[in-house]
Design a protein around this ligand. Sequence first.
Ligand code: PMP
Length: 431
Amino acid sequence: MPFTANRQFKSKPRLLSSAKGMYYQSADGREILDGTAGLWCVNAGHNHPKIVEAIQQQAATLDFAPTFQMAHPLAFQAASKLAEMSPAGLDRVFFCNDGSEGVDTALKIALAYHRVRGDAGRFRLIGRERAYHGVGFGGIAVGGIAGNRKQFGAALAGVDHLPHPLNISKNAFSKGLPEHGAELADVLESRLLALHDPSTVAAVIVEPIQGSTGVIIPPKSYLQKLRNICTKYGILLIFDEVITGFGRLGSAFAANYFDVIPDMIVCAKGLTNAAVPMGAVIINTGIYDTFMENSPKDAIELFHGYTYSAHPLACAAAIAALDVYQEEQLFERAAQISTYFEAAAHQLRELPTVKDIRNLGLVCGIELTPQEGKSTTRAYDIFEKCFWEKNILIRTTGDIIALSPPLIINKDQIDTLFSQLRDAIVEQAKG
Ligand code: PMP
């Protein structure tokens, strides 16, 4: 099983057998409130009828169309819809099957873009510590989690990692964007000047909010600074919005929320409301035009693609999901209810084992004090308790609990989520 201690899992498997709206049904018949939108992905709630119907109809109409030198109309419709929703200038789309493929696709496009412009000396890629960019070789290389690399030896050469901007000693219990730490973006410029010749750097990739490693929110003006430095040195900026895309922050993308426009956005998860696997890279028109104008005439401009790029079922699910987001105004809804969510989250501050709470939009991280002398973390014990006893689904990483409910969550459900979680934290602390 993926990222699972298989031997441990076998002894007490956590199984989900069906779902509807805000709830999962466990295999032993309990209703479980979904505090994580599955894995940060079921933004419109589970089994949305419109998305289910679109997939069913598509399965009976066109199951598959070959992708190399062939296409089908839904691929273009899905791309146009996604481009319409994207920040200005990001008008071209390359489809793949998940976030990991999206990241590797974006990195490859960055490297190829510089080459096609005749600037092949740009080979370096820069990520950040504690970044998660999926599990492809590109993704684990620019990702900042050593544990994801150590079983596999060296990944890519020419990669550097900037410091992450989490600073609990200065920013503990920040609501929204932390005040302190924008200057950490300047490390990019100092590294460029002191360590790497800037003309050797192809791209910088960041998650606007670092999700998987514990909800690290960028300090005020940090992302704008990164954008300015990249622009100054001709380096492409890639936002990995696999988690932040499709309403998590109350806007289509974090790029809109921060008003910082990258050269490429990687998205996945909420693109189809997770009903069918799909990822995409949304690309600045100038990058696309460069490939079209500078590649040899009649040549394939980008040697890259997947059998299942723009799979018909995924396209049908994406078109339906993007429609649902718009028709039900789910991004606006998320923005509105996020203040209630924030207030509910910060009420946990008084608990003695809670070390930090950080949040933005409908995502929050609750960091706990470590527990000594036990084989599991406090957060893992709480996750178990929440699943088996409190009937809520939370996510944990190390000593951090992450919550990212579907955007349809209401106030009563927010109350239930946090009161059940509070009880679990209190009970766990008692031992
Ligand atoms: N990037 C980010 C920011 C992610 O959070 C994830 C998955 N959680 C990925 C990439 C990888 O996506 P996938 O698991 O769909 O390959």
